[in-house]
Write a protein that binds this ligand. Sequence first.
Ligand code: SF4
Length: 353
Amino acid sequence: MHRVKDFLPISTIELLQKQGYFLFGHAAVKTCHYTKQALRSKKSCYKQKFYGVQSHQCIQMSPASAFCDQKCVYCWRPTHTFIPVLKSQSPQVVGVDSPQEIVEESIRGQAIQLSGFGGFKDVNREKLAESKLPKHAALSLTGEPTLYPQLPELIQAYHQQGISTFLVSNGLHPEMLERLIKNPPTQLYLSVDSPKKEIHDSLNKPVFSDSWKKLNQSIELLSQFPSRTVIRITCVKGKNMQFPQEFAALIQKGNPDFVEIKGYVHIGFSQYRLPRNCMPSFKEVKAFAQEIAQHLGYHYKMDDKESLVCLLVRSDWKDKSTIIPFRKLFPKAFEEQDAHMQKWKERQAKTKK
Ligand code: SF4
């Protein structure tokens, strides 16, 4: 495993560690707010509601925590404030860590970050026992994961451990998406925040001049993916909540299974770049989602008010559940979990006697 300081300046390492990031090589894990909530029987994340992801068993990680080639104004992460932005499209790094090392270290990092949870009075003990066996990896923490050259192998390595994957990409590396078609994540997200190049340039502030062309190439590749695909729009009031018809035309090129319309939230480092009134209300996000659905011919399926997000589905999903059949996808991993929980319950019963 490479050293973190081979990739990040000390000041950034200290900042990220203070914020609860578990850093290793060029990768990172940070326990998600909703994982902590779920372990205390509070609200889980909207992906649990929409797709059945178990928030208490989710590893929020990035294989490229130190690299991004956009400077989105709405980004809450410390990216581009403290994390070096790429200077060239093929970063000369000292070397990359192997997919297997990253999977193992991310699982170890998650366990370390959750180790203190047993001390909370309101912790859900059964969920805590289950959290020892992570079942999902969200490759959406910081940086751009498609910059990690062995990403298809990393996805495969997680799946071999019975861990499903959601990959969130800025779509600026169609050559990597092409390689992922053979080894796709359980669900692939493309962030598409602009129907026009000018808005893309001002909102996402891409580092490289050909980014709009690359993004369009990635959108077209979506239709070739054998796994679920999602286009997610982050709505920033006064910036991109317009041109629903143009958005629909762009989305149509990728024919994604789902479209998530999500309101920008005024948190983290984005507060240095955007005023609070750029955060839309749920009512405004819903109205914009319904406009896009109409132009796109997609069906308004459900929403999560607290997370300011609406789910549109392609017509073939209108009467189908969007919950992922995880047990069917990873039967062995769930057999192991059942055996682990059976033993746990027997121990619980013994201690109660
Ligand atoms: S899927 Fe995302 S929001 Fe949900 S628990 Fe995992 S990291 Fe958090």
